[in-house]
Every structure is written in structure tokens, then in C-alpha cells.
Ligand binder design. Structure first.
Ligand code: AMP
Ligand code: ZN
Length: 113
């Protein structure tokens, strides 16, 4: 999708620090980390956010979570981590290409919202 920074990261037009890639999924370090490990996991196809997931494209969500399990092991996050996807204004979504934050590397705040 034109003008989507995460599509540009997937195409290589914008540089990123890659941590994982397969046919369907790309993962890279967040530019503004909120925890010692802060990785974004995104589908290679453009989906705006969780509200645009449907029966046509939900296979990719299962695949993303398989990738998250692989990444969590690679990053040695066995003690625990959090997966977050912000959707729309009230959740503070700033990039409208579906992404899952992996946050870990220390004990996380118990505050969820
Ligand atoms: P959200 O607020 O959930 O939409 O998250 C967007 C995330 O993308 C933020 O944590 C940003 O720090 C991150 N981000 C924005 N631009 C880049 C970039 N070029 N490379 C890596 N992370 C980015
Ligand atoms: Zn996109």
C-alpha cells in the first residue's frame, strides 16, 4: 500500500532492524523501544488493524502467532513477555498496518490499560 511505512519497511524502501522473516511475516525492532525487547511483528500483506481481520485473511493471524512463538524462543523470553496490538484512536494506534508488539526482557508493569 502506498504511503504505509510498514509496507515500505517490508519492501526495503525504509530500513529496519530485522529479527525474523518468512513468506508471510516480517518482524523488526521497534525504533522507540518501551522495554529491553520490543519487536513489531507484521503481516506482509497490508491489513489496517484488528478490525479488518476477517475469514478471508485470518490465516495470517495464526501464522503471526506461530512466528511470535519462534521469536520469543530466539529472544530467550521464556520468563514471560506481552503481545499487544493497538487498534484505532483510543488505543493510540499510530501506524495503520496491523502489528503486534512483543514486549519483554524484564518484569513488565501489571497495568494493562
Ligand atoms: P502503534 O502506536 O501501536 O501504532 O505502534 C507503532 C509503533 O511503530 C511505535 O511503537 C513506533 O515506535 C514504531 N515505529 C514507527 N516507525 C518505525 C520505524 N520506521 N521502525 C521501527 N519502528 C517504528
Ligand atoms: Zn502497509
Amino acid at each position: 500500500m502506498q504511503d504505509c511505512i510498514f509496507c515500505k519497511i517490508i519492501s526495503g524502501e525504509i530500513p529496519s532492524s530485522k529479527v525474523y522473516e518468512d513468506e508471510y511475516v516480517y518482524a523488526f525492532n521497534d525504533i522507540n523501544p518501551m522495554a529491553p525487547v520490543h519487536i513489531l511483528v507484521i503481516p506482509k500483506t497490508h491489513i489496517s488493524n484488528v478490525m479488518d481481520v476477517n475469514s478471508e485473511n485470518s490465516d495470517i493471524i495464526a501464522h503471526i502467532f506461530e512466528a511470535i512463538a519462534v521469536i520469543a524462543k530466539q529472544q530467550k523470553l521464556e520468563k514471560g513477555f506481552r503481545v499487544v496490538s493497538n487498534c484505532n484512536e483510543y488505543a493510540g494506534q499510530t501506524v495503520f498496518h496491523l502489528h503486534f508488539h512483543i514486549l519483554g526482557g524484564r518484569r513488565l508493569s501489571m497495568e494493562m490499560a
